[in-house]
Design a protein around this ligand. Structure first.
Ligand code: GLA
Length: 369
């Protein structure tokens, strides 16, 4: 009972604010989403905050192949089920993330019974079973899937992943066909980082055209938008929104976060890239200086101003995490740093950038859906 009362009071404290819920503020323009981890879904305080602020949620990890089918035929539904039920209770659109990706894959899929690399046929069969089982389970309830994640490199070429190596370059279209076959009503998305890059932009546009020419369903393109205070150039970023929209698909901002830490490396969201910890890469261990918090708020507003301008083409804007402490950026690409990339701080208090986003649409007219 005591615990229940404590939780109730913490939840009330989170909600005790005169601020307008962001999901309502942005409702005339696009859905506002958040990536949630298992802990947040199960935690009443974080959960209450997420439902108040966001109208969509993406499963941060629990639907990735490594998590949901760690061994052949062994499906781990617990967390994905919780996630979907949580979204339903909160009136949030759940996004299934992600079916085909070279990171966090179900490694066993790539090896045949003889210990050698799986044949094209075997891998396709395993992928189909995976899709049929996972997409099939959440049919009707999950209406949008990131079908393929991060297939292209910065040069606009297909990355040399196991999918490409073992199946061949047509693995993308085959994956889209499979998901459509299992759930003909589901929306299907392609998702990638570094989408401001001209070569990747062109490659993704060509892929959309190719899928469409073959009559294969693709509904949207996800621009991950893992960015920092300087990178990318906003004009290039905006060009990509325009280019994808011109191909006749919905544009989605799917994984937005803004790192405030020094990037002493080539900017990338390729998560296999790691660097050794060094104090000089971790300047704000105790707190975020006001001037940087200000800069962060301005940068968030710069991006959201673009989204508002293109609201007619943008279906959803999702931030990659609820609060700074849970962000993957604290460990990427250097382990053990203290980053501040999201709208809520480590104590679940709204940050300057969150409040700036609440005010932003007031000064904006037009492009409502
Ligand atoms: C990529 C993936 C996400 C997530 C992030 C890091 O962007 O699409 O699922 O793993 O990396 O959190």
């Amino acid at each position: 009972m005591k615990i229940f009362i404590a939780i109730l009071f913490s939840a009330l404290a989170v909600l005790a604010t005169s601020a307008a819920p962001l999901r309502e503020v942005y409702k005339p323009y696009f859905k506002l989403g958040v990536a949630l981890n298992v802990r947040q879904v199960m935690d009443p305080v974080a959960g209450t905050l997420a439902v108040r602020e966001f109208s969509s949620a993406t499963a941060e990890n629990c639907m990735k192949a490594a998590e949901i089918q760690p061994k052949e035929g062994v499906f781990n539904w617990k967390y994905a089920d919780e996630f979907v039920a949580f979204c339903e209770r909160g009136g949030m659109k759940p996004i299934g993330h992600c079916l085909v990706w070279h990171s966090q894959p179900a490694e066993w899929m790539f090896t045949g019974p003889d210990g050698k690399p799986a044949s094209r046929e075997l891998l396709l069969r395993r992928l189909y079973t995976h899709v049929k089982t996972v997409v099939g389970r959440y049919k009707v309830r999950v209406k949008g899937w990131d079908v393929v994640n991060e297939a292209f490199d910065g040069k606009g070429e297909l990355s040399k992943t196991k999918w490409r190596e073992l199946i061949g370059p047509d693995y993308i279209e085959l994956a889209f066909r499979m998901v459509h076959r299992v759930d003909p009503d589901a929306e299907l998305y392609y998702n990638d980082f570094g989408m401001d890059g001209a070569k990747k932009r062109d490659a993704v546009c060509a892929m959309i055209r190719n899928l469409k020419a073959k009559g294969i369903r693709i509904d949207g393109v996800g621009m991950q938008t893992h960015v920092n205070l300087k990178h990318p150039d906003l004009k290039e970023f905006e060009k990509s929104i325009e280019a994808f929209a011109a191909e006749g698909v919905k544009v989605m901002i799917t994984e937005m976060d803004i790192s405030v830490l020094p990037a002493a490396w080539n900017v990338t969201a390729e998560i296999s890239t790691r660097y050794d910890y060094d104090e000089k890469y971790n300047p704000y261990r105790n707190a975020l200086p006001e001037a940087v918090a200000d800069q962060l708020a301005r940068r968030y507003c710069d991006f959201f101003s673009i989204y508002l301008r293109h609201a007619g083409d943008i279906d959803r804007v999702t931030v990659w995490g609820l609060e700074d402490g849970g962000s993957w950026l604290n460990d990427f690409p250097v382990n053990g740093r203290t980053d501040y990339p999201l709208l809520y701080d480590r104590a679940l208090k709204p940050k300057l950038c969150r409040d700036a986003l609440e005010r932003l649409p007031v000064s904006f007219r037009g492009n409502k859906r």
